[in-house]
Design a protein around this ligand. Structure first.
Ligand SMILES: [Zn+2]
Length: 94
């Protein structure tokens, strides 16, 4: 799905579901932003949480890394992640 401000990242497929050619990253408000290594992303296809590595490739974080992400994220960000994941899941079941 094209974003009016994108693309802003190198096209990549989701390592969890294979969703193809993700090429735009936004913040939790939907504004296109330039992510940096360590930033968390959500796959538009499966809602899976992904992390950008030093080469700006997305990978599926380990359980321990996910635990650390959830411990360190501000509560408001966690709420927005949950809302985004729910919206993606509901879209998939239309
Ligand atoms: Zn995915």
């Amino acid at each position: 799905m094209a974003h009016p401000d994108g693309p802003n990242i190198s096209p990549a497929n989701c390592p969890k579901c294979g969703y193809k050619n993700m090429d735009t990253a936004t913040d939790v408000e939907g504004t296109a932003v330039a992510p940096k290594p360590g930033d968390v992303s959500i796959c538009w296809g499966c809602g899976g949480l992904l992390v950008f590595d030093e080469g700006m490739r997305m990978y599926a974080p380990s359980r321990a890394e996910l635990d650390r992400i959830f411990e360190e994220a501000p509560p408001d960000t966690l709420r927005k992640i949950a809302v985004a994941k729910l919206a993606i899941m509901l879209r998939r079941h239309k």
